[in-house]
Design a protein around this ligand. Structure first.
Ligand code: NZQ
Ligand code: ZN
Length: 384
């Protein structure tokens, strides 16, 4: 096992009725800026619950944070927060609202010329406004990590940043808020959580069997719960299990002391930036292809995954790995997320700018740093 430092300061308040706990958790003596997305929280009653819990506090609202939150929109919130002296940010929504709010928190305090540099050049930040969240979409793990992914509409770019200052102080996870999710977002969330686990597991063995089994537990629970949510979308228990899986998939526990991949995410972000695909949709396309491309390097782990997670028995490592990839691709399809570019009308030639971008940046992806622009092109060719 490799050396690691693990510190996760986010308090999780989980369960039905827990939005009322905002009354105790949000500071009384600060102006709170409540951030939200396109209005789902106004339709499903979450906004009313939040406002009731906040009571007499001074609260400003900033709505309209879009899926794949845009720098251009977020900078309007930065201006509002600065003008009104907001001292606390409360994000209410899915990963996009949470991520956008992390960026607002960092940008308000940023002293450099352009906060875009936090994303584009990883300019260091030395502080952020405190933020917290009420999560309404289990998928990203943003509720218990310090990362955020922000898009720039004008240049069609999408970049990530993370900082020790951008962990939520607390996150409220009430599974009842997820009853109103469209099927597409439930499915995206299952795929996203699954692939977060894979990015931290499907690499190579460093003798960290606990982390491997923790990852396998999340895989197996997602595989078990996915058909249950399809069959019974109003089951509180199933929603609760999915929500906790998604948080556990990316709160730093399973990556302790192990190598990580993240190539699927890097390539997926480009598909979102160029074609507007949902984050989960991009991952379902790229991940099986990436596994096939990296088969020899990931063989031992794929075989372990096939045997332990999918229960494949009696085959060679190579056969087990191939069957595990096929079963995983079929799983993504079974939850309702297509796994090929052609299903979105995207041809390989349309992806040429992605390869060009990676070539220009000199990016090397994957746990071995071996996936260069040419390999990205090969992987995309396997996604068609
Ligand atoms: O905007 P509103 O009206 O709220 O509607 C949203 C949005 O249209 C809707 N929604 C959310 N909760 C709902 C609901 N509709 C009905 N009922 C509810 N309870 O769902 C739509 C999608 O929301 P979004 O927040 O975009 O989805 P998700 O949570 O999947 O977040 C995706 C973003 O997170 C980033 C992705 O790149 C993408 O930009 N990621 C963030 C990560 C992190 N911070 O660690 C890691 C991930 O890998 C990912 O990259
Ligand atoms: Zn993701």
């Amino acid at each position: 096992m490799r050396n690691f430092t693990y510190h996760n300061p986010t308090k999780i308040v989980f369960g039905k009725g827990s939005i009322a706990k905002l009354a105790e958790l949000v500071p009384q003596d600060q102006t709170t800026l409540l951030t939200y997305g396109g209005g789902s929280i106004k339709r499903n009653g979450v906004y009313d619950q939040v406002m009731a819990a906040l009571g007499e506090r001074k609260v400003l609202s900033f709505g309209g944070i879009e899926p794949n939150p845009c720098y251009e929109t977020l900078m309007q919130a930065v201006a509002l927060a600065r003008a009104e002296g907001a001292g606390f940010l409360l994000a209410v929504g899915g990963g996009s609202v949470l991520d956008g709010t992390k960026f607002i928190a960092a940008a308000v305090k940023y002293e450099g010329a352009d906060p875009w540099d936090i994303l584009a050049t990883h300019a260091p930040i030395s502080g952020a406004l405190p933020l917290a969240s009420v999560l309404t979409l289990p998928a990203t793990g943003s509720e218990m990590n310090s990362g955020a992914v922000i898009s720039r509409a004008s240049t069609r770019e999408k970049f990530a940043f993370g900082s020790r200052y951008t962990f939520p102080v607390f996150s409220i996870l009430d599974p009842e808020t997820t009853f109103s999710l469209p099927d597409r977002q439930v499915a995206n969330g299952i795929v996203d959580a699954f692939i977060h686990v894979s990015e931290q597991y499907m690499t190579y063995d460093v003798n960290a069997p606990l982390q491997a089994r923790q990852a396998e537990a999340v895989f197996m629970t997602l595989i078990e719960q996915a058909p249950l949510v399809q069959a019974g979308p109003h089951s509180y228990e199933v929603r609760a299990n999915l929500m906790w899986c998604a948080t556990q998939a990316l709160n730093g526990v399973i990556s302790c002391g192990v190598p990580e991949d993240w190539a699927t995410h890097e390539i997926g972000h480009e598909l979102t930036a160029l074609f507007g695909l949902d984050h989960g949709q991009t991952l379902a396309i790229v991940h099986p292809a990436l596994w096939r491309h990296e088969l020899s390097r990931k063989l031992a782990r794929l075989a372990q995954f096939g045997r332990r997670v999918w229960g494949i028995q009696g085959l060679s490592d190579a056969q087990t790995a191939e069957q595990a990839i096929a079963q995983t691709e079929a799983f993504f399809q079974s939850v309702g997320v297509p796994t090929r570019l052609s299903q979105y009308g995207i041809a390989l030639a349309d992806c040429a700018p992605i390869v060009e971008r990676f070539r220009r940046r000199g990016t090397k992806l994957g746990e071995h740093g071996s996936i260069d622009a040419e390999a990205v092109g090969e992987i995309l060719a396997m996604c068609v």
